[in-house]
Design a protein around this ligand. Sequence first.
Ligand SMILES: Nc1ncnc2c1ncn2[C@@H]1O[C@H](COP(=O)(O)OP(=O)(O)OP(=O)(O)O)[C@@H](O)[C@H]1O
Ligand SMILES: [Mg+2]
Length: 400
Amino acid sequence: MTETVPATEDPDPPFASVDAVVDALREQGYIADTRLATTVFLLTRLDKPLLLEGPAGVGKTELAKMLALATGRRLLRLQCYEGQDETKALYEWDYGKQLMYTQILREKIGQVVEDAPDLTAAVERIGENESVFFSERFLAPRPLLEAIRSPEPVVLLIDEVDRADEALEAVLLETLGEFQISIPEIGTFTAEQRPYVLLTSNNTRDLAAALKRRCLHLFLDYPEAARELEIVRSKKTGLSDSLAEELVGVVRGLRELELRKAPSISETIDWARTLAVLGVEELNSQILSDTVSVVVKYDKDVKKALDALPRLVDPNAVVEEPGHGHGHGHGHGHGHSDDDGDVDGSGVRSAKDTAGRHGEGVYGTPKYAKGTDKDAPATPRTVTSSQGSRSFGLGRKRAL
Ligand SMILES: Nc1ncnc2c1ncn2[C@@H]1O[C@H](COP(=O)(O)OP(=O)(O)OP(=O)(O)O)[C@@H](O)[C@H]1O
Ligand SMILES: [Mg+2]
């Protein structure tokens, strides 16, 4: 069992100042403004997790990864999903290993119960030796326990916490409040060096006030034009600075349309790369229309974008009647069945992301199953009855 030394403040904080945070993140290719850098600086100085909220693709997950690189810490990631049970977050007993050991030790176990007069006595004897099989050797730590047990300090990313159920949120609260985890069969593990904890949320549901209260909070929105341009430049897309600047302006214009999924930073980067590959030397509505499906992924959004592009690329352009004259024959991915039929005034509501149980996504963020495949639709993963039951008996007993 790990001794329960209380976590202490980092004796050797990684950043001397907010500017040092900006520089260190920039070195890793992450462009932070001072508000973001100040919050990160505080995260490294105060024993508080950081809750990052904001639309898809604004660099929430990336920040955790880059902070790990910038501080030389290992990144541990807990990807949250609906129906996830706490064993996937904290720990499980390694049932397979337990079983293997009991198989190998069959004879030895036989000897233990050999002279037991009846079944009750035999069970009693096995029970007396239970702790052998519920020891650290058979423990399968999941990200929270791993972060707390790690001899080296780590960055713990709890990604998309809004997708987890309230029950898991309560477990997180408890763990993050104390930075310790009690395992009834073994004892209490306490972090010797507190991890930097970052939680991200797309706001598909409101998080518990208690969780918010315990966290530093940062709303990460789409960046200012200058920062977005800097991000695009830093990605070495191959597009000239002047075209990149124009492109950022166009993307910002698209974000102002009521789209189901507004283009994110990663889409601006993709668009810049696409235009560079095509050897574009001048932005005009034709080339932007031909490539718009790089940034706008829903049929209705494509139509809206096509209508707006001439105006966005050249504010003096004569704009045709909306809905006419654009987008034919360019193959912009028409025919997404999930868009069809949305013709009434509920456009704004249904245009927003309804992934997750609550259907209240306010950011317009169709979500994807993270940690798997970005292209996979966000059908919430279901937890099978066998999940979380890889232990003897009825699973983990909780003593906290
Ligand atoms: N400040 C930044 N500096 C550099 N690159 C950035 C920045 N912000 C975003 N990016 C780029 O945008 C991409 C998407 O960011 P990320 O995956 O972190 O978004 P997210 O906010 O976690 O979105 P989601 O909610 O969909 O998970 C990153 O891979 C990175 O290339
Ligand atoms: Mg993310």
